[in-house]
Ligand binder design. Structure first.
Ligand SMILES: [Zn+2]
Ligand SMILES: [Zn+2]
Length: 146
């Protein structure tokens, strides 16, 4: 077995990657599994989970840990980008508005770090959740009395 160095895209791996590339909502592993099963009904969840880990380790997908103990989400957009995370429904939206170069240089200068990268995450309430009146209270313990 040379599983760890075997980077070939088998049909099952391809199916997982296809699902991820078609998704724009940063699905969790469970959501990826649900979607892959529509085209590959015989695929097992272990295969999907293993494939996601492989795609992350080979740089074909990003694993996003968005905090709050939420399940990791997956992203086939591996280019430099940041996210806005909804505190109502938990979905993450891509932001294509990079931090200005001058700000990176300033942070490097002040901290003494040779900065190699960053992960920026904005939190808020997405338009859908705003329309349905949802708020952060859903994630923060007991609901407010009406
Ligand atoms: Zn939302
Ligand atoms: Zn993303």
């Amino acid at each position: 077995m040379t599983d760890q160095t075997d980077l070939r895209l088998t049909p099952q791996r391809m199916a997982v990657l296809d699902v991820l590339r078609a998704a724009h909502d940063h699905p969790t592993a469970a959501e990826v599994y649900e979607r892959v099963r529509r085209s590959s009904p015989r695929i097992g969840s272990a295969t999907v989970y293993r494939t996601l880990a492989l795609l992350v380790s080979t740089g074909q997908a990003l694993e996003l840990n968005l905090g709050g103990g939420a399940a990791a989400r997956y992203d086939a957009n591996v280019g430099r980008h940041d996210h806005a995370v909804c505190e109502g429904c938990g979905r993450a939206v891509d932001l294509d508005h990079p931090v200005p170069d001058g700000m990176m240089a300033e942070i490097a200068r002040r901290s003494g770090f040779a900065i190699t990268g960053y992960d920026l995450q904005f939190r808020g309430i997405c338009p859908d959740c705003q329309a349905h009146g949802a708020g952060p209270a859903r994630l923060e313990g007991p609901a407010r009395p009406q």
